[in-house]
Design a binder for this molecule. Structure first.
Ligand SMILES: [Cu+2]
Length: 237
């Protein structure tokens, strides 16, 4: 018993020591993720996204369908829409922890035409499934969507709830900073705590104290206002 406990704590310490935190800017210079891909990420690493003005998402997709939310083998993670005013001084943050780095992970922005204009992101792209190929597929998918007359607003917003409730697909998301009182409640993750202004915003806007393991429930509850915000913004942007 004692040995098992000791072994578990040693393993936990080892994984903590190895974990890295990648930082990505969302929309800092146009419809971009900067950088648009990271490599060498391993399970346990965290990817933190800082949101710049307009109204973007980080939504998990697949290599085969870059601009559609991942639904198989399970729903992917999704930040939901995080609107940021042009004169905002605080950057909402959202992060996820990589659960499985054995295959690349693919993401896009679900706002309007952002994805088909190339606003996509990847973790550990490979030679066989490269970033260039993913960007090209995202842009090409716009042609297909236009031909079908597909509406992107609803498709981008609805997976927020599904993504929030699932840790499958190699990534577990946690939302951190509400840019407005109606947006996502905070999660006390190590990644978000690195942004001091973010932590302050969480304290001011969160109606209740949120434990780290409560992040998904909070995100799920926030999905409805996010849906409304996203749809509204989809009409504007
Ligand atoms: Cu976007």
């Amino acid at each position: 018993m004692y040995f098992a406990t000791l072994a578990a704590s040693v393993l936990a310490s080892a994984s903590l020591a190895a974990a890295a935190n990648f930082s990505v800017l969302v929309g800092a210079n146009g419809l971009t993720f900067e950088p648009n891909n990271i490599t060498g990420a391993v399970a346990g690493d965290t990817v933190e996204f800082l949101f710049y003005p307009k109204n973007h998402t980080v939504t998990q997709s697949t290599f085969a369908a870059p601009c559609s939310p991942m639904s198989s083998p399970a729903a992917g993670v999704d930040s939901g829409f995080l609107p940021v005013q042009a004169d905002a001084t605080e950057r909402p943050a959202w992060s996820f922890t990589i659960q499985d780095a054995s295959a690349p992970l693919w993401f896009y922005c679900a706002q309007g035409q952002h994805c088909v204009e190339g606003m996509v992101f990847a973790v550990n792209p490979t030679e066989e499934k490269s970033m260039d190929m993913f960007v090209a597929a995202a842009k090409a998918s716009g042609d297909a969507a236009a031909a079908e007359g597909a509406s992107s607003a609803a498709g981008g917003a609805s997976p927020a709830a599904a993504g929030a409730s699932s840790a499958a697909g190699g990534a577990a998301g946690s939302s951190t900073v509400p840019p407005t009182a109606t947006a996502v409640g905070g999660a006390a993750s190590a990644a978000s705590a690195s942004t001091s202004s973010s932590a302050q915003a969480v304290g001011a806007a969160a109606a209740e104290s949120v434990q780290e393991n409560g992040a998904r429930q909070v995100l799920a509850r926030a999905a409805t206002p996010l849906l409304a915000v996203g749809l509204l913004a989809g009409l504007i942007l």
